[in-house]
Design a protein around this ligand. Structure first.
Ligand code: CP
Ligand code: NVA
Length: 321
């Protein structure tokens, strides 16, 4: 389907798809965060923006936040969704990914997909004439990072010059934070056990992007050193979806990387605690930290709704002129 929503001042995203955070320019990322805040403050102004548009959600993994916030976002913008549960049979198992893409693009205006492999998203995008949006893959979680930087903007007023630490598994969430922080001028130190560091290619790309902003990107094996003086401490599950067989081994490897009150006391006095959720209390974070007044985890979760509305508007709205 190719019909366009009515003219509006919303800036378009130039890339055809959102497979990784690198599909967004710095300007687009900033525009997304700004639009997400406007949508949050005046949701009714956008209530008819996706009238008549339909979006397919394909999920190979469980989800609370991403699925519900996409469904709500689309409905609150006037569109509607169809959901295809792929938890029992991965995308491409019953029929080739290229065929799925060429069925869906005859019916819907966008495809939102949560996949194990980044390659599945890439294949969908190669064969789809409508935008494919990454709703979390084994490698990236761009929708999460957009909401996270919206949350930091709201909390601190501006991002440029902010210092942040990620403590834990150098996985999909960490990768997206690295790429967005580098673009947005947020200095990020990632502390992981040596064998669980972020993908070197993602780190190299983040360092390259950081050269165009005032950000610094650093890796560490020492959580105390990483969080020293930072304004935001972020962590994620030690055992991500799909890695459950390694749970015991990971508990041992990450034992010194728990975010507790003592670790938080090393951060700046006004520092916030961040987590994408779901959280495993007693593993990557203590109950005391996640329930503390400086925890912004539910603001992050709320902003998933607004940030994804902004993303859909920027992908599906045609620019004036
Ligand atoms: N943070 C996040 O993506 O949560 P879900 O897995 O519940 O979607
Ligand atoms: N890294 C986690 C994020 C969950 C939102 C996972 O992939 O399971």
């Amino acid at each position: 389907m190719t019909s366009a929503v009515s003219k509006s001042p919303v800036q378009s995203i130039q890339a055809p798809h959102l497979l990784s955070d690198t599909d967004l320019t710095s300007g687009e990322l900033q525009a997304l965060i700004g639009l997400a805040s406007r949508v949050k403050n005046a949701p009714r102004d956008y209530a008819a923006s996706l009238t008549g548009r339909s979006i397919a959600l394909l999920f190979e993994k469980p989800s609370l936040r991403t699925r519900l916030t996409f469904e709500l976002a689309i409905q609150q913008l006037g569109g509607f969704t169809v959901f295809q549960d792929h938890r029992d049979g991965r995308i491409g198992e019953r029929e080739p990914v290229k065929d799925i893409a060429r069925n869906l693009d005859r019916w819907v205006d966008a495809i939102v997909a949560r996949t194990f492999k980044q390659e599945t998203l890439e294949q969908l995008s190669q064969w789809s004439s409508v935008p494919v949006i990454n709703a979390l893959s084994g490698k990236y979680h761009p929708c999460q990072a957009i909401a996270d930087f919206q949350t930091l903007t709201q909390h601190f007023g501006q991002l440029e010059g902010l210092k942040m630490a990620f403590v834990g598994d150098g996985n999909n969430v960490c990768h997206s934070l690295l790429l967005c922080a580098a673009r947005l001028g947020v200095s990020l130190t990632v502390a992981t056990p040596p064998e669980y560091g972020p993908d070197p290619d993602v780190v190299a790309r983040a360092c390259e992007l950081a050269r165009t902003s005032s950000a610094t990107i650093e890796l560490s094996f020492d959580p105390r050193e990483a969080v020293s003086g930072v304004s935001a401490v972020y962590t994620d599950l030690w055992t991500s979806m799909g890695w459950e067989a390694e749970t015991h081994q990971r508990r041992a490897a990450f034992a010194d990387f728990q975010v507790d009150d003592e670790l938080m006391s090393q951060a700046a006095s006004n520092a916030v605690f961040m987590h994408c959720l779901p959280a495993s209390r007693g593993e990557e974070v203590t109950d005391s930290v996640i329930e503390s007044p400086f925890s912004v985890v539910f603001d992050q979760a709320e902003n998933r709704l607004h940030a994804q509305k902004a993303l859909l508007l920027m992908f599906l709205t045609e620019e004036d002129g």
